[in-house]
Design a protein around this ligand. Structure first.
Ligand code: 3HC
Length: 286
């Protein structure tokens, strides 16, 4: 198994841009693809900020930061796709969209390229079945936000995923300084099956008037030693992402009482208040 030298990251949103800079800092060349030039510009600014923070903290030299910058190319198409041994899809959490992108990935990348998805909750088996001939190369590679900081990669195989693809995914995760841990292909896997109902319950507690958001978060931070409370974390993740993951749990596991997204969460999403990325969610960041 040879080292991966070039990867493509499809989607330059919060997760995709985080994956790209983490790979570049680990010495991997990255083609950051997004159909939206404005999203690529935001990713570039985030990369510059992350690198300058690392230089400031003396975790890397200015020359190393320049090298990491030079390793990333920003593309609105798959210009360097042919070189990639590994492609990571990090687009919006929508099954139909992901399947369309996977179809494009199969058509574009080499027959040996690993086709990974950063999905938070969607079935790897179902995505694999949509590209039948390539389903042995489809794998879940679930990073956590903020990607440069969080140590975990949740690795999810389908029954069709080959052992070689799993081994290459684990090797790349480790090269990126992450700890890969495997989970089986159930809705939400482990992380979001456990985390999202807790976040959703925090919205119910707010909606029911149990306490205001600051108090809910303060209680969970101080009482349970969480680095941030569940409502603040929901803003960081993105309220639309939280809602979408609850819908996947709801559709995949049944139990509407348990998994239906709280109306308070849905209302904020419908009002366009998606959290940090829009400047307002549960809290106002303006
Ligand atoms: N990108 C890069 N670095 C970041 C960052 C970002 N977006 N946000 C914070 N950091 C860095 C800071 O620069 C700082 O680095 P330093 O060592 O240079 O000072 C370090 O992280 C700590 O940040 P802060 O001092 O600003 O604040 P905190 O100590 O409160 O840490 C936090 C921030 C790391 C986000 C911490 O609050 C935390 O761990 N929160 C929980 C995050 C979490 O649970 N993530 C998982 C979400 S679930 C998920 O992603 C799955 C998906 O499917 C939904």
């Amino acid at each position: 198994m040879s080292d991966v030298n070039v990867i493509t990251v499809i989607g330059a949103g919060t997760m995709g841009s985080g994956i790209a800079i983490t790979a570049a800092m680990a010495g991997v060349e990255v083609c950051q693809v997004d159909v939206d030039q404005a999203q690529l510009d935001r990713a570039k600014a985030y990369h510059a900020k992350t690198l300058s923070r690392n230089v400031e903290k003396e975790r890397m030299t200015p020359a190393e930061a320049d090298e990491a910058t030079a390793r990333i190319c920003y593309c609105t198409d798959h210009a360097r796709a042919g070189d990639s041994a590994f492609a990571i899809e990090a687009a919006t959490e929508n099954e139909a969209l992901k399947k369309t992108i996977f179809g494009q990935m199969v058509d574009t990348y080499s027959d040996d390229c690993v086709l990974a998805t950063n999905t938070s909750s969607i079935s790897i088996t179902s995505i694999g079945d949509s590209v039948e001939a390539a389903r042995d190369r489809v794998i879940g590679m679930h990073f956590f936000n903020p990607v440069p900081v969080m140590k975990l990669v949740e690795v999810i195989v389908s029954p069709a995923t080959s052992d070689d693809v799993k081994a290459r995914t684990i090797a790349l995760s480790e090269r990126m300084g992450k700890t890969p841990i495997a989970a089986n292909d159930f809705p939400g896997f482990v992380s979001n099956r456990v985390l999202m109902p807790m976040i959703n319950e925090a919205f119910h507690a707010w909606n029911d008037g149990v306490a205001d958001p600051e108090s809910i978060d303060g209680i969970m931070k101080l009482g349970c030693a969480f680095p941030m409370g569940p409502l603040r974390l929901a803003d960081l993740i993105g309220l639309d992402v939280c809602r979408d993951i609850m819908l996947v749990l709801h559709e995949g596991l049944g139990h509407p009482e348990k998994y239906a997204p709280c109306t308070k969460l849905v209302e904020l999403v419908e009002a366009g208040h998606l959290g940090n990325k829009t400047g307002r969610g549960v809290y106002d960041y303006s």
